[in-house]
Structures are given as C-alpha cells and as structure tokens.
Design a protein around this ligand. Structure first.
Ligand SMILES: Cc1ncc(COP(=O)(O)O)c(C=O)c1O
Length: 408
C-alpha cells in the first residue's frame, strides 16, 4: 500500500525505539541496567504529593470537560507567576499557551514559523529536531557540536548559516548532554539574532528562536540556567519558550506543558493545536494550578528532587573518572543539569552492543542526529537506584579492562 510521503519516510523516534526494545528484553527476564530513558521511576522519583492529591480531587470534582483551547485561565495566571518567580520574566496569561506536554508545543512552533523548504538551524546531537524538521518539510541545517564546545553551538558556529533561516531551535539544558549555555554564549547568540532581524527587510520572514528549556529547574552545582530574553530583552519579540511538568517535576505521564512568547505567535500556535486537540487534560490543569499556587512547596520539592538526581550523577561521574585515572579509555563530562551524563568509551567498534552484552543500556548520540560523535553516549539516571551504581561501575570496568587487554 502506498501511503503519504511523510508516513512512508517518517521513522519512530530513535531514543524511544531503543528504550522500548530494552524494556522488552528486561520483561523477558534479561538482567539489564536500563540507563536509556529520559523518564523517571515513579518509585524513586514520585511526582509532588500535592499535585497527585489535587489531580485525584479534580476528578472527584468532575473536572472532566474540554479545557479552554489556550489552557484554563486559572492555570495561565499561575504560570505567569511561575515564570516571573523562576525566570524573572513577565509574560501575561495571553502570551501563554497550555498543551499536553512539550512535544505539541514544539510541533506547533515549527508549524507556525516554518514553511515547506524554509531553513531551520539546530545543533546535533539534540532531542528530536531532525524529526520536527522532517514533519514540517523544512530544509534542516544541522550543526555538529563536539566536546570542544561542550556540545552547545556557539554564535560563531551558527553565524555562517544564519542567512535565510527562519528558525533556530535551541535547548538548554540540552538533551542528550545535560550541558547548559553560559550567559555570555546566550548573549552572543541573542545579539546576533536581533542584528540579523534588523538587517532583514519588511517583506522578509524574521528568524525566531525556539527555546526548549524543559530541564530548566534541574540545574546542578555552579551551572546557572539562562535564556535569550533575560540576557537580551529585544529577543522577547523573537523567542518562543517551551516548558512542561514532564522533567522538572518527574511528571512525564501527567501531560501538561506550556509555551510562551509573542502574543500573535502564541495565538497562531493555539489555532494549530486546536486542530490536533493536544490539550492538557482538564483535571491535570486544575491540579497544576493548585500546585503552582504554593511556590514554596514547589521549591521544597525541587530541592529534594535535585539532591537525589545529583547524588546519582555525581557518584557515576566520580566512578567513571576513577576508571579514567586508572588509564582506562573512558571520558565523562562533569554533570551540569538534567538527568543525563555524557560519556565516551574510546574504543573503536560497536560499543553500545558490547555494553548491552555486559548488561548496561545507554543511547548513542547518533540517535540524536549526530553523525560525528562516534563513541559518545547518553547515560540517564532516571531509573537508577543508588545500589545499582557500584555494579554498573564494575560492569564498565570489566568491559574496559577486557578491551584494553585485547589491544595489548
Ligand atoms: C529536550 C526535550 N524537549 C521536549 C521533550 C518532550 O517533553 P514532553 O514529554 O513534555 O512532551 C523532551 C522529552 O524527552 C525533551 O527531552
């Protein structure tokens, strides 16, 4: 049967496909430490208790009708305060759109800005941009990043591609690396975008930044979260933010996200999504408005949640660094944010299947569109128990020792 060109050519998202294949093997009884998924074990990382209680209560109160297509007014009021509290930015409820997670908002932003054949710039490795490019029929301009620039494209990396581009898709903290932009890097990019837009004539499309900061509250250590509008207020006219409860509150299955940006663009995104029907469920919206009404409770949840993530990231990082100091061929970047570690096993060959044979599942950067980041991979701690860490490190050591002995 011949279906649409899109259906015939659109692959399933690679990180999901890998994660599902591993889960199937585990269900069949294989012993695998599944460090692939960008999700949380609800037993280790439950959602906030107040949010859970408020969701149940909302259903008991029969909050089961269609929500408003732009998101319920009470939730958008709370989101406005939430954005002010955590980002020190002022967005009115009319500049905020609620949807069922980060994905539909990213989809709607692409559909709103990009025409078929338009140029979209994005870094690789990055989460799913190559699929959104394909969905929108855009001409993708992938910038390969490397450990040298912390896997974050700088203004200098982007500048040569800027002409004619209509969208620059950025994400910080980045998935798969957990790396964050510095304020200086963000400022250089933002100034460049403002300058490029003032160079363009009235009959030309502008370039917008889609700023996906879904891990923005999971920043650790000395790293600080930043964004285009905070470092360059003129970017308010050209920035579309996307965020969600999915990662910051371990609530991937709750399905509430929000986008914010210029009112006209947010209004068009709302229309696009109205045809998809990707609204966040009524009861979850009601509950989130209750949860966000208690910002000190939100802070308290984040404090404990981040500490638990940091412990895992730090312990695996320290363990892998010790292996490196033993002279074993492994690289690891110090964790900055999110639930991910960036690791490289510096041995030629199919390292991912060899790790899997050892009982460790990770996701290669090639699954995030990278073509040159050969042996780098993402290691997620979202389902990692503290007692798993020692055996995981032992397995790494065993594989690395065996490989080094084979070389000698
Ligand atoms: C960077 C990034 N953006 C967006 C999403 C999608 O989030 P949601 O589950 O809210 O659709 C993910 C999920 O993995 C992600 O990692």
């Amino acid at each position: 049967m011949k279906l649409s060109q899109l259906a015939e050519t659109m692959p399933a998202p690679a990180p999901l496909a890998i994660g599902n294949a591993i889960r199937e093997r585990i269900n069949k009884g294989e012993q695998i430490y599944n460090l692939t998924i960008g999700d949380f074990s609800p037993l280790l990382f439950p959602i906030p208790q107040l949010l859970e209680d408020a969701i149940i209560e909302a259903y008991q109160n029969k909050q089961t009708n269609y929500p408003a297509p732009e998101g319920n007014a009470d939730l958008r009021e709370q989101l406005s305060a939430f954005i002010r509290h955590f980002q020190n930015l002022y967005y009115t409820p009319a500049e905020i759109l609620v949807a069922s997670g980060g994905r539909p908002l990213i989809f709607a932003a692409y559909q709103t800005i990009v025409d078929r054949g338009d140029k979209v710039i994005y870094p690789v490795p990055s989460w799913n941009n190559h699929y959104y490019v394909q969905l929108s029929g855009a001409q993708g301009c992938a910038i390969e990043t490397s450990a040298d620039n912390n896997f974050m494209p700088t203004a200098e990396d982007i500048r040569p591609h800027l002409k004619d581009a209509v969208l620059l898709a950025l994400c910080s903290p980045q998935n798969p690396t957990g790396a964050c932009y510095t304020q200086e890097q963000m400022k250089a990019i933002s100034d460049m975008i403002v300058k490029e837009n003032s160079r363009r004539g009235d009959d030309e499309k502008k370039i917008y930044v889609l700023y996906d900061h879904i891990y923005n509250l999971l920043v650790q250590n000395s790293a600080k979260h930043t964004d285009p509008v905070s470092v360059c207020p003129a970017m308010k006219a050209y920035t579309i933010f996307t965020d969600a409860v999915s990662k910051n509150f371990a609530a991937t299955g709750v399905r509430v996200g929000w986008g914010y940006g210029p009112q006209e663009i947010i209004g068009k995104m709302k229309t696009v999504l109205s045809h998809v029907g990707a609204w966040a469920p009524m009861a979850e919206q009601k509950a989130l408005a209750v949860f966000f009404n208690d910002l000190s409770g939100v802070e308290e949840y984040l404090y404990n949640f981040k500490r638990k993530i940091a412990r895992r990231l730090e312990d695996i990082y320290t363990g892998l660094m010790a292996l490196k100091q033993e002279g074993l061929p492994v690289e690891v970047i110090a964790p900055q944010a999110s639930i991910y570690l960036t690791v490289k096993v510096d041995i030629p060959g199919d390292i991912f299947n060899e790790l899997l044979d050892e009982g460790i599942a990770v996701i290669p950067f090639s699954a995030f569109g990278a073509r040159k980041a050969d042996q780098w991979f993402r290691l997620s701690v979202g389902t990692c128990r503290l007692e798993d860490i020692a055996p995981i490190l032992q397995k790494f050591r065993k594989l690395l020792m065996r490989k080094v002995e084979m070389v000698h």
